[in-house]
Design a protein around this ligand. Structure first.
Ligand code: C2E
Ligand code: CA
Ligand code: CA
Length: 731
């Protein structure tokens, strides 16, 4: 029943939304009938209109709403919007949504955002807002224009029903309330019995797009199918629930094995990303997963939920279609990325982004066939900032559209100065690609530069194949008509569905670096994967590129396996246009392979202070590098080979290790149990020392937060005699 209400409110909001775009404080005087319809809408209370200035202050509100809300002498106009409208997130049964201030700051669209406010008589009201940011011709943010519908009647009813019920009506899963109650009860009881509990926060990527293009009933059907897939993966190991919208949650009691959790999260990402059939139409969505574990990351419901949310946010930031474990470093990452966004906007305004070009080389002849354009940002204060960091930030709002267009135009212009036999490849973000009119942007860049379309290649990733696939197909057709070439980038990562290769959209397939790097190590299955990808591509008439080739043995392998082109440091790092031009001798360019003979096992080099426990003594050491099976440390002298030690990597990660080689001030350690991957390129221990055991040792119970080395405090309590010499680490 509550659903029926939801629908009627949605429909009302949709009706109100249409005129909202045109509704502005200054309506065109020539359309009097429109004005009267709008004012009727306002008078009936069906819809209201509002606007803010660039500082987020209310600059307009429908007359009737002002009458209802303003107390004597109270002037709402000019007040910050967030002071007038408040968030309803904490109310049980309320829809989940990012906070209003978050959305306003990010200049995001407001889409059926529910807020609460108090009217002049002191009663609570609920409104559903729609709104969009406005920019002027120069792309500067001017404020918001939007509409609102008063949904107080239905809202109070809906939340009451939701509060009484434990089941999400659409999917039949546990609802937010049931999950919350369960978690509260579990964490309380588990604290006494010292048990652990993992929380997976799951958010669908691009669900909204399906909802918008295929309609709400299709969206509902999709959510049901997602619920089925989740339940069949989790089985009876835990409880699957829907928090609302496209957010799901899984609670797994007695689970703290990060290896197993990573595998489960990975399977969830893979399974949700497989295509769906809805009323005979195909759709694909992605998903991101954030993981937090009690008592390590949080000891109560609030703390654990916040930790899982932050991990989810970080997974979405990285690239979507991935999972992320909570770490205490994530806590300030969210605010950092907001700051990065502001600085990036300035950098774009000041034209501080530039392009460099990395060659794609024929490994048989060493002739350069193409250059990939890669963005570079040199911030005056921070120095070089990687595109891997700032592109996701730009993708959070429409900045990516400006940056992408700039890259496209500049790359085409630069390529025109190269020999005709050399193409240019430009990276295109999914958000840019699926935006209506993208092919016109491409056509304009070609025309402005005069570059023949056949010399331009667009690199896109599998993430464009989400949402309504029919409209994605149409974009491909438009681009093909222009005559540009299309390359599928990072193949093998992400959504990994082969279906769309058959569509014949691509001229080129780029094998992701993760298959290439380290492919020569014994027992690696990557050479087999590379062969399979090359064979598949050949069968479908596509060219292949092996990316990220760094060592001679890798080059030999990918060449032998039939890759048509090679891109990697072995041939060249990306180059500036001015360094490139002099190298085109007689209309071509050749580069020779240069690099280490062999690939070295993946190690993460770092200089990080960690702890080391030997007998009863706690030392400080510097971690020089870390692999799954061992590490190298500095900072102790006189440690004999064969010594058993425990490495404290922080956050309760203790690793039993043995010294396997040693020089005077540096030791190589081999781990008793291998580390597991953390989902974002690093390593971590499968299990952690529980805050419960620390509490038993007299350290107060708390999540393993910022005090990353609680064990170091033992040193104070245990004034034992050191066996080894602690070197000064400050130099
Ligand atoms: P990508 O498209 O996969 O680009 C290849 C990345 O691998 C580049 O990193 C390149 O410098 C690096 N690379 C190439 N050879 C090697 C190698 O042998 N070893 C190693 N370790 N790395 C190698 P870069 O320039 O940092 O770019 C990172 C990512 O940022 C790109 O990945 C791409 O996804 C994105 N990006 C860069 N420029 C643009 C752009 O103009 N538009 C969009 N949408 N994304 C861009
Ligand atoms: Ca690329
Ligand atoms: Ca790539």
């Amino acid at each position: 029943m509550a659903l029926g209400f939801l629908k009627s409110v949605r429909d009302q909001a949709a009706q109100a939304r249409t005129p909202a775009a045109a509704a502005a404080p200054q309506l065109p005087a020539a359309r009097p009938e429109r004005v009267s319809v709008l004012s009727e809408v306002e008078q009936l209370g069906v819809g209201m209109f509002w606007a803010t200035d660039a500082q987020g202050r209310l600059s307009f509100l429908s007359q009737r709403a002002l009458q209802d809300l303003e107390t004597d002498g109270g002037d709402l106009i000019g007040k910050p919007l967030v002071d007038v409208f408040s968030d309803i997130d904490s109310e049980p049964g309320a829809p989940t949504q990012r906070s209003l201030s978050f959305k306003l700051k990010a200049h995001s669209k407001l889409d059926e955002h529910v807020i609460a406010l108090t009217d002049a008589r002191g009663s609570m009201r609920w409104w559903r807002l729609n709104g969009r940011p406005l920019t002027n011709a120069k792309g500067e943010f001017m404020g918001y224009r939007g509409s609102a519908v008063d949904i107080s009647g239905q809202y109070a009813y809906e939340t009451r029903v939701a509060r009484q019920s434990q089941i999400d009506e659409l999917t039949g899963l546990a609802n937010r309330r049931k999950l919350g109650d369960k978690l509260n009860a579990m964490l309380g009881a588990f604290r006494i019995s010292k048990r652990s509990c993992a929380m997976l926060m799951i958010d669908l990527d691009r669900f909204k797009q399906v909802n918008d293009t295929m309609g709400h009933p299709a969206g509902d059907e999709l959510l049901k199918q997602v619920a089925k897939r989740l339940t069949s993966l989790v089985k009876d190991r835990g409880e699957v629930g829907r928090l609302g919208g496209d957010e799901f949650q899984v609670l797994l009691p007695d689970m703290d094995d990060r290896g197993t959790l990573g595998e489960l999260a990975n399977r969830i990402v893979q399974s949700i990303s497989q295509p769906y059939t809805i009323n005979g139409r195909r759709a694909i969505i992605g998903t991101s997963v954030g993981i937090a574990i009690a008592p390590y990351d949080g000891v109560d419901t609030d703390e654990l939920t916040r930790a899982a949310d932050m991990a989810l946010y970080s997974a979405k930031e990285t690239r979507g279609g991935t999972f992320c474990f909570f770490t205490s470093e994530l806590r300030d990452a969210a605010s950092k990325s907001a700051m990065l966004g502001d600085r990036l906007r300035d950098a774009v305004d000041r034209d501080e982004l530039s392009l460099v070009y990395q060659p794609l080389v024929d490994p048989e002849t060493n002739v350069v066939r193409c250059f990939e354009a890669l963005l570079r940002w040199h911030d005056p204060q921070e120095g070089f900032i990687s595109p891997a960091l700032f592109i996701p930030v730009a993708e959070n709002d429409d900045l990516i559209i400006r940056i992408g267009e700039m890259a496209l135009r500049r790359a085409c212009a630069d390529a025109l100065t190269w020999p005709e036999t050399i193409r240019v490849a430009v990276n295109v973000s999914a958000k840019q690609f699926i935006r209506p009119g993208f092919h016109k942007t491409v056509a304009a860049a070609l025309e402005a530069s005069g570059l023949p379309p056949g010399r331009l290649e667009l690199e896109i990733t599998e993430s464009v194949f989400v949402g309504d696939l029919e409209s994605v197909d149409a974009i491909f057709r438009d681009l093909k008509k222009l005559g540009v070439r299309l390359a599928l980038d990072d193949f093998g990562t992400g959504y990994s569905s082969l279906g769309y290769l058959k569509g014949g959209h691509f001229d080129k397939l780029k094998i992701d670096q993760s298959f290439v790097r380290g492919c020569t190590e014994n027992g690696d299955i990557n050479p087999a994967i590379i062969s399979a990808i090359v064979a598949l591509a050949k069968a479908l008439g596509m060219e292949t590129v092996a990316e990220g080739v760094e060592a001679m043995d890798e080059l030999a392998l990918v060449r032998e396996r039939g890759a048509d082109l090679v891109q990697g440091y072995i041939y060249s790092r990306p180059l500036k246009q001015e360094d490139l031009l002099p190298r085109f001798a007689d209309g071509t360019m050749k580069v020779t392979a240069e690099g280490p003979a062999r690939h070295r096992a993946e190690r993460i080099s770092m200089f990080r202070k960690v702890g080391l426990i030997h007998e009863d003594h706690y030392y400080d050491v510097i971690l020089r590098n870390l692999s799954k099976t061992g590490a190298r440390i500095n900072g102790l002298a006189g440690v004999p080979i064969g010594t058993e030690v425990v490495l404290d990597l922080g956050h309760g990660q203790l690793v039993v290790s043995k010294v396997v080689n040693a020089t005077e001030a540096s030791q190589g350690l081999k781990f008793e149990t291998a580390l597991v991957s953390d989902g974002s390129g690093g390593f971590m221990t499968r299990h952690r020392i529980s805050p419960y055991s620390l509490a038993e040792a007299g350290i107060p119970l708390a999540a393993l937060g910022a005090g990353a080395f609680p064990l170091a405090r033992w040193r104070e309590a245990h004034k034992s005699v050191p066996r080894f010499v602690q070197l000064d680490l400050s130099i």
